[in-house]
Ligand binder design. Structure first.
Ligand code: 13P
Ligand code: SF4
Length: 328
């Protein structure tokens, strides 16, 4: 405990001295969320990174988030405390070259089937549907964003697709988010076949079990869950959307269908309400890599600086900017 207090004090003083801001995703460890200046979902974090005044952003999240911050704010130094903190789903689509499918989680038994071969790329799917704009989930590399028309997050996917002047769109890389968008729009959605291993493991049997245990609870799901799970949810939304829903709902109990890190804020911000994880193993190991020690090290040693080459940054920024202009 004493160690934690000392760490916190060192971080806060160094942060002030260096004019740094700490951004944290909603899935980060409790103590990392507590030290952050701002905690939010991917959309809120992108907006904050683009507008906040500071010299340094310490991004407590995974690499694509820090990359987006650097794309939107190239004049700031963006630090990712743990360089290995990645999103396996982001590596499931590439611009060229084979994608990285199972290497991130060798123990996980994935029961679904991939639609495309390992060396099928974003350029290949664009060739198959030349008239369809590419809507790219922010959980992607900067290279993939640079080859896309517009980005989206779990908070605005349907709105973004609806905003486009096209009857058919390509959605990469999350097939579950794409299927959810397809269900909520009249447009044709060509889905890629990526997935989040934390959300994709959830089944309707898990939901039935949780509902039996907590019959008065509402079930809220993240759109990265499979469609059959989303179809039986009381509400489907992003992580910060879940916070807003829980706050405004009259219900007192909720089953949470997303990474368990979100429970910390849900409980802190709603003391009179009770939150149950849908499954206790909904843990994203990459989101948990960042610790207070790594945040301090990042500030002390200015590591790991994330920068995107200009030839990729400029087109990637266009896709992100186009998304940010759409109000939700
Ligand atoms: P949100 O944008 O809803 O916070 O989700 C990000 C993410 O990585 C979900 O797994
Ligand atoms: Fe990627 Fe899933 Fe982790 Fe989010 S929870 S960062 S989508 S692996």
């Amino acid at each position: 405990m004493r160690d934690l207090i000392v760490l916190r004090e060192k971080i806060l003083s160094l942060k002030e001295k260096k004019n740094a801001i700490i951004l944290s995703h909603n899935y980060q460890r409790d103590e990392v969320q507590d030290i952050a200046d701002f905690t939010g979902d991917s959309l809120e974090l992108s907006r904050t990174a683009a507008s906040i005044k500071c010299d340094i952003i310490v991004f407590c999240g995974v690499n694509f988030m820090a990359e987006s911050a650097s794309i939107l704010s190239p004049q700031k130094t963006v630090l990712l405390p743990e360089i290995e903190a990645c999103c396996p789903m982001a590596d499931m689509v590439t611009v060229s070259g084979a994608r990285n499918m199972q290497t991130h989680f060798p123990g996980y038994k994935f029961t679904g089937k991939y639609t495309y071969p390992v060396n099928f790329t974003l350029r290949d799917i664009k060739k198959l549907h030349p008239d369809a704009p590419v809507v790219t989930y922010v959980n992607t590399t900067a290279e993939v964003k640079a080859e896309s028309d517009i980005c989206c997050t779990s908070a605005n996917g349907v709105k973004i697709v609806e905003s486009l002047d096209a009857d058919k769109v390509i959605c990469v890389p999350d097939r579950n988010l794409a299927t959810w968008i397809a269900k909520n729009t009249k447009k044709e959605v060509i889905a890629w076949d990526g997935f989040c291993h934390v959300h994709d493991r959830v089944t309707t049997a898990d939901v039935a079990n949780a509902r039996q245990e907590h019959p008065d609870a509402l079930f809220i799901a993240h759109p990265e869950c499979r469609i059959e799970v989303l179809e039986i949810a009381d509400h489907v939304t992003s992580t910060s959307g879940m916070l807003r829903f829980a706050k405004s709902s009259d219900a007192k109990e909720f089953i949470i269908g997303t990474e368990i890190g979100l429970l910390y804020r849900l409980r802190k911000e709603n003391p009179g309400k009770t939150f149950y994880p849908l499954r206790k193993d909904m843990v994203c190991p990459n989101m948990k890599r960042t610790t207070l020690k790594s945040v301090l090290r990042a500030l002390e040693t200015m590591t790991h600086e994330i920068r995107v080459p200009e030839e990729i940054r400029i087109p990637a920024m266009k896709a992100l900017d186009r998304m940010l202009k759409i109000k939700i």
